[in-house]
Design a protein. Structure first.
Length: 464
């Protein structure tokens, strides 16, 4: 390899080492610019707007809507069995041999002038070796209408179950949106409180290092303040990661791209929902609860299945009429019509019908037990939710008192700091405690609102 070539390679390596950091810096700059641009225009949503968007764009709701459409199509399919069926059919058949009509010689008589008629045996073919048939027929089921009626009842219940499941999914999505919305607000408040705690810890660390330098404190106090700073930084980092994950979850539930920045309204956390009394809630839930409604609809479907299984013992009678055309079939004109009834019945089926009746009877009993079980569970569930609501109301009251006490403590700390009667760390710590108390109050209010929303979902109402 020549000297000039080596020099050229060294020059290229040097240029590559110089360009690589520049390229990395450029890519980082572009990425940060895109991120800043996307975060500069966040989607501003109130809780009501977020719920409405989720009900329109959520994938689970869309799938349930498609299931309702599918059940409606199946119901229309079952309903068509009530109507007469008009069918057309045709065939081309070739036979290997025709019987024909044999006329012996002299079968028609023997005359002096002509002799025997016919003079020799004759064979008259009937039809032709290849026959063509075709026609249009109308069939109307008669006794089958009993089973068809029960099948239509079952299909209608399938539609109602699908609609109930759609309502359940919508309620669940609305409750999930509310929960994520509140969790993001709580996370933001806790993050703010964590920043306040970090500021207080940093001020306390500066004071500890000053005391250690002047000999007024041991070195262990500085180490403890440093450990408090690190612990607070770790909590802040955890809260930031949780906040980003909650934002992605909310965007996914809303049917938006997962990296969509969303700006929330913090004023909705204190909004209380209108819920009935405990006794009224139990009564409404036993009548309108979505799970119980679906179980009752399943029971009606099972009863229709049992009736259809019993109707299988009825013979099938079908009224029919047909207009046909034929060519090559003996003893029939080319165009003719047929009218009548068709009867069919299975004399022996190996116990299949009886087994279906037993199976349908078990399904009915299973559905009845499921309804009874849900009624008991719903009453217990409503009682438990109302106990939680009462407890959370007490927690909100206590958290409000704590906020008032912390507010007064922060005010006194500010006054003492202004009068040089308190250190800056005490003042900063009092404000950090106030921020933590405000976060606890927000969490209690959000928990109460979620419990009230759960009450509305349990009694079969949209939690909004």
């Amino acid at each position: 390899m020549t000297t000039s070539a080596c020099s050229a390679r060294r020059g290229l390596r040097a240029a590559a080492r110089l360009c690589l950091p520049l390229a990395l810096l450029g890519s980082i700059f572009v990425t940060n610019s895109v991120a800043q641009q996307s975060s500069a225009n966040p989607v501003r949503l109130t809780l009501e707007q977020a719920i409405n968007i989720a009900l329109k764009q959520n994938h689970s709701v869309h799938l349930r809507s498609l299931s309702v459409d599918q059940m409606l199509s199946k119901k229309d399919e079952e309903r068509s069995n009530y109507l007469p069926q008009i069918k057309t059919s045709g065939s081309v058949l070739h036979v290997t041999e025709l019987a024909g009509v044999q006329i012996p010689a002299g079968a028609l008589g023997s005359f002096p002038t002509t002799g025997p008629i016919p003079s020799k045996p004759l064979v008259i073919d009937q039809g032709s070796l290849t026959g063509y048939t075709g026609g249009v027929g109308l069939e109307q089921p008669l006794t089958q209408l009993f089973r068809i009626h029960q099948a239509n009842i079952a299909a209608r219940q399938d539609v109602l179950v699908a609609k109930t499941q759609l309502d359940q999914t919508q309620d669940a999505v609305a409750l999930q949106v509310r929960q994520l919305y509140y969790n993001i607000l709580i996370n933001q408040q806790k993050l703010q409180a964590s920043q306040e705690q970090l500021a207080a810890a940093q001020i306390k660390d500066e004071e500890s290092r000053s005391d250690v330098a002047r000999g007024n404190a041991l070195e262990i106090s500085a180490l403890q303040s440093k450990a408090a700073i690190l612990q607070t930084q770790q909590e802040s980092l955890t809260l930031r990661l949780q906040g980003k994950d909650l934002q992605r979850q909310l965007a996914d539930v809303l049917g938006l791209p997962v990296e969509t920045p969303i700006d929330l309204d913090p004023g909705v956390a204190a909004a209380a929902l209108d819920i009935p009394s405990r006794a009224d809630a139990i009564r409404i839930a036993l009548d309108q609860n979505q799970d119980l409604r679906a179980a009752r609809q399943t029971l009606v479907k099972a009863q229709a299945g049992l009736a259809a299984a019993r109707d299988a013992y009825i013979p099938d009678v079908t009224a029919l009429s047909r207009y046909s055309y034929q060519s090559g079939v003996p003893l029939l004109v080319h165009n003719f019509g047929t009218f009548g009834f068709l009867l069919s019945y299975d004399l022996f089926d190996g116990g299949r019908r009886e087994a279906k009746v037993r199976e349908a009877r078990i399904e009915v009993h299973y559905a009845e037990v499921a309804v009874d079980k849900l009624q008991s569970e719903i009453e217990v569930q409503v009682q438990g939710i109302y106990d939680r609501v009462d407890e959370l109301r007490q927690m909100v009251d206590v958290a409000g008192q704590v906020v008032r006490v912390r507010t007064e403590a922060a005010r006194l700390a500010d006054r003492q700091f202004e009068q040089t009667a308190a250190l800056g760390s005490a003042r900063s710590q009092s404000h950090a405690d106030l921020a933590s108390a405000a976060a606890s109050l927000l969490e209690a209010n959000c928990g109460l609102s979620l419990a009230e929303a759960d009450v509305k979902r349990t009694i079969g109402q949209m939690p909004r």
